[in-house]
Design a protein around this ligand. Structure first.
Ligand SMILES: [Zn+2]
Length: 306
């Protein structure tokens, strides 16, 4: 490297560092950083007139509320510094929009929806024998043998747990939720006119937060499933879902939806209603949240609190 090149690269480096420093100063000056995981929102699925899925003797709205309340206690026990906000603590109905508004107003750092899965009964058809049927051909009566079937249903054997995050197809809705409710994006120091004029800093922050929240949600979803597997549940894995979980993209925070198990499977219905099952499920989710929280806070402290 010639002396000239050395001077040139040194100048370039200094210039880049200057830009970086200015940018960092600007970002931390204008954009509030969320401080770890301080408040968790738990949303017990369904409620009131919305019963959710039905099992042979129980229903989804009741199980999801019972597990949500146990999860609240378990989070408080495992993480005394975390506040828990419940979208419902009794058997009431709110439409998903109201639930999302409650979660956003509570300014949660994490959203966990609790539901039960359901798979329709399996239809069977069984040959039971022949029936003699009379019919007329011309002027003569004849007979023929017709096969007879009995139809019946059996419970669907589908079983196991699934954890969902919002689908990539719903990213624009998630971005809107962030623009409306996320303090680190919806900054009061950015003038309203600038927001309307697509403030470049806000656009950059929305896209940064979007990918950060998606990654965090995915990590937590996998971790919840890992905890379930450790206690012997069947894992149907962590997935993205395109339909049916609108609330996940409507809340301005990382969000997961846990399907505790299949209420349509008699063995799992028993488990979902049992004290042991409900304790196990809430403990698993709380352990995953604790690991998630520790991971984020470790990253923040190694980044100097950013
Ligand atoms: Zn549900």
């Amino acid at each position: 490297m010639t002396l000239f090149n050395k001077i040139l690269s040194f100048t370039t480096l200094s210039l880049l560092m200057c830009i970086a420093a200015t940018h960092t100063k600007k970002s931390t000056g204008n954009v509030k950083q969320k401080q770890g995981v301080k408040r968790v929102v738990i949303d017990a699925g369904h409620g009131g007139v919305d019963i959710g899925a039905r099992g042979s003797y129980s229903n989804e709205k009741t199980i999801s509320l019972q597990v949500a309340l146990k999860l609240e206690q378990e989070i408080k026990k495992q993480m005394p510094d975390v506040e828990v906000y419940m979208t419902r603590t009794t058997d009431i109905f709110d439409n998903p929009k109201v639930k999302a508004n409650k979660a956003n107003a509570a300014k949660g750092d994490l959203f966990i929806a609790i539901h039960c899965n359901d798979a329709g009964p399996i239809r069977h058809s069984e040959f039971v024998g022949y029936k003699t049927v009379k019919y007329k051909k011309g002027k003569k009566w004849k007979t023929r043998q017709e096969k007879q079937y009995r139809t019946y249903t059996t419970p669907n054997p589908a079983k196991g747990t699934e954890t969902f995050i919002w689908g990539v197809g719903k990213n624009e809705q998630k971005a809107q939720a962030l623009r409306d409710f996320d303090e680190s994006v919806n900054d009061s120091t950015i003038a309203e006119e600038n927001k309307k004029m697509n403030d470049p800093e806000q656009i950059a922050m929305v896209s940064l937060k979007m990918s950060q929240y998606a990654e965090r949600s995915r990590n937590l979803a996998f971790s919840v499933q890992d905890e379930f597997v450790k206690v012997g549940r069947v894992s149907r894995e962590a997935k993205q879902r395109q339909v049916g979980i609108w609330v996940l993209q409507a809340v301005a925070m990382p969000a997961i939806l846990v399907e505790l198990g299949f209420i349509s499977n008699p063995e799992e219905e028993e488990y979902l209603n049992s004290e042991k099952g409900q304790n196990e499920l809430s403990e698993c989710i709380a352990r995953a949240v604790r690991a998630y929280k520790a991971n984020i806070e470790n990253k923040m402290s190694s980044n100097g609190g950013k």
